[in-house]
Design a protein around this ligand. Structure first.
Ligand code: SAM
Length: 163
């Protein structure tokens, strides 16, 4: 069941962190078909609708080379989330789990991540599939999918450490 902002049976809230953006700079806006949390997918799907990631200047310049990657890791700020629950009941049935054992949007720092498929780049805009956030969700960061990315910088000692 999707939460708006209610606290459910047996859930545990604590004093929330101060609601600042922790010094993060929003670098763009994500445009999706979803205007209600009740309608969003719980997790984005690779065959989901095309969404737009609109970069603010000057960060559009940071997209150079991104077309090399079929998939991107997108980080976003789930700006409508409450941030004070340490135990949550996803099924709203009185059974709870710790927040960090869930991918719930309700977390002390409401960062969402998705692996998105890059469909096209149109200047400062990326067209992608695979997101699950509300229209106008603030964008935090974009990285190549780690399984597709090979470091360009030379290796360093820690790269060879095991155990
Ligand atoms: N894929 C991300 C992850 O695993 O980190 C987010 C998963 S979270 C379960 C996705 C849900 O967050 C959506 O179904 C919707 O209910 C909620 N949501 C989406 N955008 C939001 C926003 N901007 N603020 C608050 N909640 C949002």
């Amino acid at each position: 069941m999707v939460r708006e902002n209610e606290i459910r049976d047996k859930e545990v809230a604590v004093a929330p962190p101060q609601a600042t953006d922790a010094g993060l700079a929003f670098i763009g806006t994500i445009r999706t078909p979803w205007t209600s949390r009740l309608a969003c997918p719980r997790q984005g799907r690779a065959d989901g609708p095309i969404c737009r990631i609109e970069l603010f200047a000057p960060w559009d310049q940071a997209l150079d080379g991104i077309e090399r990657f079929e998939r991107l890791e997108v980080l976003y700020w789930l700006h409508q989330s409450r941030r004070d629950l340490v135990r949550q009941s996803p099924a709203n049935n009185g059974e709870t789990r710790g927040t960090f054992a869930l991918r719930t949007p309700v977390r002390p720092n409401p960062i969402g991540t998705s692996i998105a498929t890059l469909v096209a780049r149109e200047g400062p805009v990326l067209l992608v599939r695979g997101l699950d956030c509300l229209d106008e969700t603030p964008l935090l960061d974009i990285k190549p999918d780690r399984t597709l990315f090979k470091p360009i910088a030379p290796p360093q000692p820690g790269d060879f450490e095991t155990g």
